[in-house]
Design a protein around this ligand. Structure first.
Ligand SMILES: [Zn+2]
Ligand SMILES: [Zn+2]
Length: 290
């Protein structure tokens, strides 16, 4: 089986209306691309900050400008009008664990993708509110150290099933070389991998990094190897925000998994995880003629 669990039906940023994207016709576009690429298992995981209910958890100004949709309408749409697994991409907000738990536990998600996009108020992957702003003067060592510690804490919070894009902090890649510390990155990875392993959650293999300045899969090979050595299972996703990116670059993700001996992928239902052997589903048109 192949999966794509970290999908967004609507684009990030302003200027889109949920009513235009949370439609059976749009889901059909995602399904069609998935079918062409042999991906049988799809789930949607919209950003939690898109929903007004998220403001009960955190009131970051970025969230306040984006929290417009209704979470229960989203859940009802996915359950009643689609055949997608129901997920959500929830941020780890230190200090707000109980409030996030309340939001998540009140809905019947199949899985929760846990992300660290912010360190305190500073954004890791956006120019707005950037943690890298000169006014905040952070060294790459400090940001990376804190980032991977936060991934470990997020895992241990018990809120999430999947640690999303676990080395997102590398997103800027060669465009901002001063944002990558020198030397072997494994010392940064350690607390993240330890937290993920101890919490018993899955790590995400995401092809989104290939579409960002980093130009690499999330996570880096060394991070993935450390996860595999620690017995952490893998969830495979594209983090697509449009149909054509469903399963994007899966050839590269599958080669990277094969390289480190990963033969199974996580499948989720009702927040219960099982493992299935990796393999594309052949579409009817490809099936051998009898
Ligand atoms: Zn994300
Ligand atoms: Zn995402």
């Amino acid at each position: 089986m192949l999966t794509d669990y970290h999908l967004h039906l609507r684009p990030d940023g302003h200027g889109s209306e949920v009513a235009d994207y949370h439609t059976p016709a749009n889901v059909e576009r995602y399904r069609n691309v998935a079918e062409e690429r042999g991906i049988a298992e799809l789930g949607v995981s919209e950003h939690v900050y898109r929903f007004v209910q998220a403001l009960e958890v955190w009131r970051h100004p970025f969230w306040e400008t984006h929290a417009r949709d209704d979470l229960d309408q989203y859940c009802a749409f996915v359950r009643e009008q689609t055949d997608l697994r129901l997920g959500i991409e929830a941020d780890f907000v230190p200090g707000a664990e109980d409030r996030m738990a309340n939001l998540l536990e009140a809905r019947d998600f199949d899985y929760v993708v846990g992300s660290v996009h912010f360190m305190r108020d500073g954004a890791v992957d956006m120019d707005d509110y950037s943690v890298w702003d000169s006014s905040r003067t952070r060294s790459a060592e400090e940001v990376w150290t804190r980032y991977f510690e936060a991934i470990g804490e997020a895992a241990r919070s018990g809120l999430f099933d999947i640690a999303a894009h676990p080395d997102l902090v590398k997103i800027w890649g060669p465009t901002h070389p001063q944002r990558t510390p020198e030397g072997d990155p494994r010392r940064y990875y350690e607390p993240a991998v330890e937290g993920i392993a101890e919490a018993g959650i899955a790590v995400e293999m995401s092809t989104a990094g290939l579409r960002k300045p980093a130009g690499e899969l999330y996570p880096a090979r060394a991070f993935l190897e450390m996860c595999v050595d620690a017995g952490v299972p893998v969830a495979l996703s594209s983090d697509a925000h449009r149909p054509q990116d469903v399963g994007a670059d899966y050839d590269r993700a599958l080669a990277a998994l094969d390289d480190v001996g990963v033969r199974e992928l996580c499948v989720f239902e009702g927040r219960i995880r099982r493992l299935e052997p990796i393999g594309a589903t052949r579409s009817a048109s490809e099936a051998p003629q009898r």
